[in-house]
Design a binder for this molecule. Structure first.
Ligand code: PMP
Length: 338
């Protein structure tokens, strides 16, 4: 028997906590203040009832909760096992193997893996010197799907509204806007999801502090949403996750907003401390900051030996080596700076 030789999901680098164990872990951009209270209550209440039976297909209760939270109709929402899964399903829904996707460089590292495992070609288009997206460069690729992440992981920088609008107005196909960090940003572009060619993805993994629950969603017009659901299974969200996520979206929004504010205040303090050390940071609208720094991987290794985990990048386009530091309670940041 010969096995297929396509790219493998097993090549995807795992989020760091599974690889590295440090008591201070600022490496994965999660809500470093923990999980929200209503979610915790529902977890305790529903664990027994939700694990012995199948959930309802396509998680309608969760769709309702997302619809209320985002102010759209439930028919404009689909969900998945993290926004990773929603993005992956979207690529399968709209592209045949061999077709091209484009995205800024640097951006969310998973995009090149998702392209490869789905047999797609991909065109990375450098960010502009001011970290805005290069709309002409993205359009010039002719790609059938253009992915943009704003605030962008790993830089924390944002795409401008004008650039996003010009991209959406002129793209030949789908624009997939990843707003995983929207709750930390000054501006959301979720309203662009009312355009016929736009899908906006979000997640419960970041500001809502529920990364282990694996819940993400997309908002878009019902025709696009229906296509994405053809490319994903009905039971991608467990019954338990659906209940907890719905509770969080309904009742934990004030908790989420307060923690997001706290993360931003800590970010400002962290940026000031880094500047006092003579280090520049990129202008971030997320719950992490990128610090360009030659030799960042070796420094991150030395920090891990001191029990502090931050994410290092090597040779990023237009940036070089850099550290990405998550905004945790200040005692943890002090440990990282120490
Ligand atoms: N998009 C971006 C930009 C991310 O940084 C991440 C997580 N690191 C994700 C999507 C995926 O998040 P999840 O699958 O946990 O929803």
């Amino acid at each position: 028997m010969s096995l297929p030789s396509r790219a493998s999901y097993r090549d995807i680098p795992l989020y760091s906590p599974s690889k590295v164990k440090c008591s201070v872990d600022l490496s994965d951009n999660t809500n470093l203040f923990g999980m929200p209270p209503a979610a915790e209550r529902v977890l305790r209440e529903t664990v027994a009832s939700q694990v012995s039976r199948y959930p309802v297909g396509y998680a309608p209760e969760l769709k309702q909760a997302v619809a209320r939270y985002t102010g759209v109709e439930p028919s404009r929402v689909t969900t998945g096992c993290g926004s990773d899964d929603v993005i992956d399903s979207t690529l399968r829904a709209f592209l045949e193997p061999g077709e091209l996707i484009a995205f800024p460089d640097p951006t969310f590292v998973m995009m090149s893996y998702f392209a490869k495992v789905n047999g797609l070609r991909y065109a990375p288009v450098p960010l502009k010197p001011d970290f805005d997206i290069d709309v002409d460069g993205l359009l010039a690729t002719g790609a059938k799907l253009i992915y943009v992440c704003s605030p962008n992981n790993p830089t924390g920088t944002v795409a401008s509204r004008a650039a996003l609008e010009r991209l959406v107005d002129n793209a030949p196909g789908i624009v997939l806007l990843d707003e995983a960090y929207a709750e930390f940003a000054r501006e959301s572009h979720l309203d662009l999801a009312s355009r016929p060619n736009v899908l906006v993805t979000r997640t419960l993994s970041k500001a809502f502090g529920l990364a282990g629950l694996r819940v993400g969603y997309a908002v878009g017009n019902p025709t696009l949403i229906a296509e994405v659901e053809k490319a994903r299974g009905p039971y991608k969200v467990t019954g338990l996750s659906e209940r907890i996520a719905a509770a969080a979206l309904s009742e934990d929004v004030p908790w989420m907003k307060a923690r997001a504010e706290e993360a931003l205040a800590i970010r400002a303090r962290l940026v000031a401390e880094l500047e006092m050390l003579g280090l520049k940071t990129l202008p971030s609208e997320a719950n992490f900051v990128m610090v360009p720094l030659p030799g960042a991987p070796a420094l991150a290794e030395r920090m891990r030996q001191r029990d502090v985990n931050v994410r290092a990048f090597q040779g990023l386009k237009g940036i070089g080596d850099a550290l990405r530091i998550g905004c945790a309670p200040w005692t943890q940041i002090e440990a990282a700076l120490g």
